[in-house]
Design a protein around this ligand. Structure first.
Ligand code: PLP
Length: 390
């Protein structure tokens, strides 16, 4: 008999009932160090006082009005994002996949309005992940997500991650945009080198196509800059954001330049919940903390500490681990044993990590993790590796 919850998830035998900072408390009372942060969502950990206060205050004031009216919290968050980034304008969603939907629509509408209705194709990359909507699965293109769900939304060209010459060769008159994650998350924490990201930006300029960055997982301070593309010194035309921006409250956004967003006039797009007062009040509180240069400096310092300790761990267990990669507090350990076994062994030592493709264990701790918690976490991973190596 089918379970009352649609059985689309393979769940670990864990039920968390409370969160405190970097810690999750299981129903049986055990305390877990959380290096998963709900897959890069709880950017400021669990029950952060500023976020709890922002949400509680808004909840006691006004939950929802509709985008038929002005929403001050939405205006405030849009202003903050425009102030802090390349963007001139922002549309709010509730998730990353909705941001993907709008990014695709925006790119197509851009060319339609410029008199090129045939420019509809978007180039994406192997190993990428852009969400579970019909556009999202067609964009990423992996059989794992698309099989049985056809016919797929047409207009996506899938190329190998990092092969610059192949990308240049694949651009045709019908190419509208390139969509890429600066650091692939689900794909196994694979950063696109700064040079490649610069190369993509140059290519888009040269061929006159749009660059769409998917920073749903790598954005909002995760790599030690507010957004990951800042490391490469480039700017996208359109950017998808979600996960960390809401700190655990469902919130996403599409950021764009005035030019790229030009086609999105009144009536061309909308959302019932997107940009609601609750989500935007929390988003403002998240951004006020994460966009502070001192906060980001500390993320970078702690990222160096965690990375150094993980390099030591990999060296200590060469039969279990192969290498560490990633950026900032978005780190992956590629394993020589099944990565799921490493994650499961971690549960035995009360430490949460997240599996990804390419046999990689993901570490995406709250950006607020302390030095002591980093040391404690790596000790737990060491004990977990010991049980596997034995
Ligand atoms: C998680 C993720 C998405 C989808 O976000 P949802 O909120 O799950 O819809 C899209 N792109 C990337 C890079 C992601 O990591």
């Amino acid at each position: 008999m089918i379970t009352s919850v649609l059985p689309t998830y393979n769940r670990a035998p864990l039920t968390f009932v409370k969160g405190e900072g970097t810690w999750l408390i299981e129903a049986d009372g055990r305390r877990f160090l959380d290096l998963g942060a709900g897959i890069a969502v709880n950017a400021l950990g669990h029950a952060h006082p500023a976020l709890t206060q922002a949400l509680a205050e808004q909840a006691g004031t006004l939950w929802h009005t509709s985008n038929l009216y002005h929403i001050p919290q939405q205006q405030a968050l849009a202003d903050k994002l425009v102030e802090a980034t390349f963007a001139d304008t922002v549309f709010f969603t509730n998730s990353g996949t909705e941001a993907c939907e709008l990014a695709v629509k925006m790119a197509r509408k851009y060319w339609y309005d410029k008199g090129h209705p045939d420019k509809i194709d978007i180039i994406t990359f192997s190993g990428s992940f852009h969400g579970r909507s019909s556009a999202g699965i067609a964009a990423a293109g992996s059989e794992k997500m698309t099989k049985g769900f056809g016919p797929l939304l047409p207009g996506f060209t899938h190329l190998t991650f990092g092969d610059h010459d192949a990308i240049a060769a694949a651009i045709t008159e019908t190419t509208a945009a390139i969509m890429v994650e600066p650091v692939q998350g689900e794909g196994g924490i694979i950063p696109m080198p700064d040079q490649c990201l610069k190369g993509l930006r140059d290519l888009c300029d040269e061929k006159d196509i749009l660059l769409i960055l998917d920073e749903v997982q790598c954005g909002v301070g995760r790599t030690g800059k507010l957004f990951a593309h800042e490391w490469a010194g480039i700017e996208p035309d359109i950017m998808m954001v979600a996960k960390g921006i809401g700190g655990g409250f469902p919130l996403g956004a599409v950021l764009a330049t005035e030019d790229a967003a030009g086609g999105m006039t009144a009536g061309t797009h909308g959302s019932t919940y997107g940009g609601n007062p609750l989500g935007c009040a929390v988003g403002c509180a998240v951004l006020d903390i994460v966009a502070d240069p001192a906060f980001l400096n500390d993320v970078n310092r702690k990222a160096g500490l965690l990375r150094q300790k993980l390099e030591g761990l990999v060296a200590a267990y060469p039969d279990v681990f192969e290498l560490v990669r990633g950026a900032g507090l978005m780190l992956g350990i590629k394993c020589r044993v099944a990565c799921g076994d490493v994650v499961a062994a971690g549960y035995g030592h009360e430490v949460i990590t997240v599996p990804a493709a390419d046999n990689t264990v993901r570490l995406l701790p709250p950006l607020t993790i302390s030095d002591e918690e980093i040391a404690d976490a790596v000790d737990r991973l060491d004990k977990a590796a010991m049980t596997i190596a034995a």
